[in-house]
Write a protein that binds this ligand. Structure first.
Ligand SMILES: Nc1nc2c(ncn2[C@@H]2O[C@H](COP(=O)(O)OP(=O)(O)OP(=O)(O)O)[C@@H](O)[C@H]2O)c(=O)[nH]1
Ligand SMILES: [Mg+2]
Length: 532
């Protein structure tokens, strides 16, 4: 078991939208031998078909909407890679994924530096103590000065950095990278559309080939920069990396396969194997003999051939065995984990055994919710995955009586996946579900999926509220601030909807006995549609 644990690396790729996470994922798979051709080439023009962006809507838009798990073997290691969506409106999914990994790979666009969403995601990693590796991407385009980018990591994120390699030029002059630890120059050649592994020539910095490949000005500048870095004397400290205080930095261009192999090799070396996890006051070590894990994501209809619901289980300790009996600690039931899968984007394969660090897809268990613990020890409960407070609200209507049943079923399943939360307005004339989400794009996704997966058309009617508070204690006053409304969440807990944060604060000041909370008081995640 120790061997299986030590050879596992489970990490998420995170960043601001468009920095190149999905492209880099694809290239890591290419170098990992898990894909013959990276997706960009098999795709028709303007239409991508990557292993991780498998949802039709993702392909149409060229953005990631939902996180994806890809497991593959590389150099005796077993990697569980999770590609995440960068868009803020889908960040709840990304945050949940960050609870299930042992490291994060932060991608930065070299021309743009650290963008807002990267900063937010980084803060989540820091709070959780997740070690971070940094890939500075798109060096094939005009980029900022590499030293300025490192300063930005320090100033904006407060993160010390250690550049493991250094770019040789940028934009059209970009030729490759210098590996500071091996003191070697890696010169790359471009391949058509970056579909194949980029041929690499490795030389000493002073070798004639290196001299020839580099423009003398670029060479001079790189040598100055390297001297500066050596002078600054920051040494590489693996303990600081594991503590999340120091990030190893890699430069490259995912689309051209520059620097991808160096990054992949370094991931094996620098990202940690599965770590201990907290369950209340208990520390669960990966090599604890009893199996344990938790559900961090639910996704229905991944494969049009099997219209089913997949729960993503992160194994935390012990050995997972197909058909094993475990405790589902939220309900107290004993369940048999019969249908277990290894995942590769939308593809799945039955898996009989899994180890700590692995993500296993379980189908056929309608009772599982996000955050649920599954364990041999019935007393074990992993720390909850905090739900998000929605900031955007809309009513969702079904205008066709013929489709109403499909509409309700679809909506219920999508809400169980956690794509949004549902509320019902108190004393409303019609019982139309009110949806709450982090951002409005999520409503479009819900509408699209209702139509594509359940054959139900729907209509969205935007609602004016921007904040919701659960009533923890006290009775709401007869007169609420302008625009505020009483409602209940999907399990009947009372809430107040506000048109602004300011209006909410105003009520709090006026009613000191009323205790409001931005998160539901019940530990049970509110899932499913409100009882009609
Ligand atoms: N020039 C250049 N473009 C790149 C590079 N890597 C990725 N891109 C392009 O950047 C765009 C966004 O890439 P994605 O990989 O989809 O970005 P992402 O971070 O997954 O985006 P979201 O998942 O939607 O947040 C695509 O058009 C890529 O082709 C690179 O190294 N150089
Ligand atoms: Mg993506």
């Amino acid at each position: 078991m120790e061997h299986e644990i030590q050879r596992r690396r489970t990490f998420a790729i995170i960043s601001h939208p468009d920095a190149g996470k999905t492209t880099l994922t694809e290239k890591l798979l290419l170098y990992g031998g898990a894909l013959g051709l990276a997706g960009s080439v098999t795709a028709r023009r303007n239409q991508r078909a990557t292993a991780s962006d498998w949802m039709e809507l993702e392909r149409q838009r060229g953005i990631s909407i939902s996180s994806t798990v890809l497991q593959f073997e590389y150099r005796g290691h077993c990697l569980n890679l999770l590609d995440t969506p960068g868009h803020r409106d889908f960040s709840e999914d990304t945050y949940r994924v960050l609870t299930a990994v042992d490291a994060a790979l932060m991608v930065i666009d070299a021309g743009k530096g650290i963008e807002s969403q990267t900063k937010k995601l980084f803060e989540v990693c820091r709070r959780r103590g997740v070690p971070i590796l940094t890939f500075i991407n798109k060096l094939d385009r005009p980029a900022r000065e590499p030293l300025a980018l490192l300063d930005e990591l320090e100033d904006v994120l407060g993160l010390h950095s250690y550049p493991v390699n250094w770019p040789l030029g940028n934009g059209v002059d970009f030729r490759g990278v210098f590996d500071r630890r091996q003191r070697q120059v890696h010169l790359f050649e471009r391949t058509p559309a970056g579909a194949f592994r980029a041929p690499v020539a490795i030389h000493d910095m002073s070798a004639p080939e290196a001299r020839e490949a580099l423009d003398p000005r670029v060479r001079e500048r790189v040598q100055e920069e390297l001297a500066l870095l050596e002078g600054a004397g920051a040494s590489f400290d693996r303990a600081a990396v594991l503590a999340g205080e120091l990030t190893p930095v890699f430069f490259g261009s995912a689309v051209n396969n520059f620097g991808v192999e160096l990054l992949l090799d370094a991931l094996l070396e620098l990202a940690p194997p599965p770590k201990a996890r907290m369950a209340g006051a208990r520390v669960v070590e990966p090599d604890d003999p009893g199996f344990s894990g938790f559900i961090f994501k639910i996704q229905a209809n991944m494969d049009p051939k099997h219209r089913d619901r997949m729960a993503f289980l992160r194994v935390c300790s012990g050995r997972f065995q197909r058909d094993m009996q475990v405790h589902h600690t939220r309900t107290g039931e004993r369940v048999r984990l019969g249908s277990s899968h290894k995942l590769f984007g939308r593809d799945r394969e039955t898996v009989d055994v899994a180890w700590p660090g692995d993500v296993v897809g379980i189908v056929g268990r309608a009772g599982f919710r996000i955050g649920d613990t599954l364990a041999e020890d019935e007393g074990l409960v992993f720390d909850e995955i905090p739900p998000f407070a929605p900031e955007c609200f809309a009513f969702i209507h079904s205008d066709s009586t013929a489709e109403f049943k499909r509409f309700s079923k679809g909506l219920e399943q999508l809400l169980q996946e956690g794509v949004g939360q549902s509320f019902l307005i108190e004393n409303a004339q019609q019982r139309v579900p009110l949806l709450g989400a982090v951002g409005p794009l999520q409503f479009e996704v819900i509408q699209y999926r209702l139509s594509a997966e359940y054959g139900a058309q729907s209509r969205i009617e935007n609602a004016p509220w921007t904040a919701v508070r659960w009533i923890e204690k006290g009775v709401p006053p007869a007169v609420l601030p302008t625009g505020a409304r009483l409602a209940v969440d999907s399990i009947g807990q009372p809430v107040i909807l506000f048109e602004s944060e300011w209006s909410c604060e105003h009520l709090q000041r006026r009613e000191p006995n009323l205790r409001l909370s931005s998160l539901p008081p019940s530990a049970a995640r509110s899932a499913g549609v409100a009882p009609a």
